[in-house]
Design a protein around this ligand. Sequence first.
Ligand SMILES: C=C(O[C@@H]1C=C(C(=O)O)C=C[C@H]1O)C(=O)O
Ligand SMILES: [Mg+2]
Length: 460
Amino acid sequence: MAILYQHKIEEQLRFIGKKTNRPFISWSGEMDRVDPVYFFALGQACSFRERFYWSDRANETVYVGLGCTYSIETEEKEQRFHSVETQWKRWMEEIASYHNGTDATPILFGGFSFDPHKPKTDKWRAFPHAKMVVPTVLLSLKNKKATLTVTVPSECHEEVIEKIGMLMRLLSQEQRQPTSSLPKLVKYEEIQKEEWIHAVEKTIGNIRKGKLDKVVLAREARLSFADTIDPSAVLWRLREQQPFSYLFAFEQEGQCFIGASPEQLVKKEGDACYSVCLAGSIRRGKTFQEDEQLGQWLMHDEKNLREHQFVVQMIKEAIEAVCEHVDMPASPQLLKLQHIQHLYTPVIGEKCHAASVLSIVEQMHPTPALGGTPREKAMKEIREIEPLDRGWYAAPIGWMDAEGNGEFAVAIRSGLLSGKEAFIFAGCGVVGDSDPISEYEETKVKFTPMLSALGVERNE
Ligand SMILES: C=C(O[C@@H]1C=C(C(=O)O)C=C[C@H]1O)C(=O)O
Ligand SMILES: [Mg+2]
């Protein structure tokens, strides 16, 4: 069946390509369910140099993209969200779609840098301030159905069709698990630890002087391995270790930005809109009793509640601005993840009149969970004081469809894989009664998910 399918796709792509006068064609068809991480791994075997992976917290929507047929990129600073949206709308006019009875259409997937005004370092050279792509091959797993969407230029080159054919052939073979073995760690280094603690002290001082209310400061650790890190092995482990998180990967030019984030920025589904306030943290306990105690402490700790409240206030206002009705609990709940627990307030907006999910992202980023309060002052403080180029860390990552529906997460608990090296990132909300050493410890806990996915267990 799969072989027939392969010929069918190849044949139809050639046929449709000749018939249409639009520059791009998009073909969709239902397929047998396939493990999405395995599909991601096959992308490399078929020499697709760009890949992405997305699954939401409930694992209800999974997208895997291979290759890049169309890319929207901008280094623009002020209008980047708007610019992506305009280009996406224009591009939608250029495709001829053949859905074969499926409800699939091409989607745009990608991300943004945290702060377009911070000078970029060489590490993030391949990651523009905004980049969203239409993949050549898209696997969608939704509502228990698997769909393949192939999007190519109408005058598609034979080599692309052959690559797709090869992918279909490999898919028809017995599924193997991608290897989850990882290379040996050679070196682990926390970058500018002392400078970072000093930056936290300075920021606490500025907050106490009344200059601003909250600033999120982040830092970095660098890991060197004996061999190249395979992103599919990391993805495989993240999926096992971090259920109830968004899994994401965006690979290009041999670099892969990857992570498992618990934090939704926003989801738009017709006229419904969802967001989450997540701020305030404590580690998990070693025993059930200790874990409960730590959770209860977090629920009542004034410093953490204050950290959380800044986020609640801002997100509430942002969602109220685009929805007629907003529903959220009056006090936070606990969200327990594998290595950490957080204060958590879910937000539901009804009768949303925003034009698209991207237009809401534009209003929301950065929330005080990643930037601070007031926003502009906090951004300036981070720019001046934080010894780090955040790149895409702590910024929106996600997808959007033709109708402007879609979902974005905040790319935390993440790292950049680059050959034999991995750079991982973690930050924390600094307020007036923060203690620099406790904040340092908190970022250590937040490194754990990526460390563990990279096969590194550190408990000191
Ligand atoms: C900045 C990060 O996490 C954010 C900061 C939190 C905090 O300070 O309590 C909690 C959740 C996230 O919103 C990170 O994980 O890097
Ligand atoms: Mg915190």
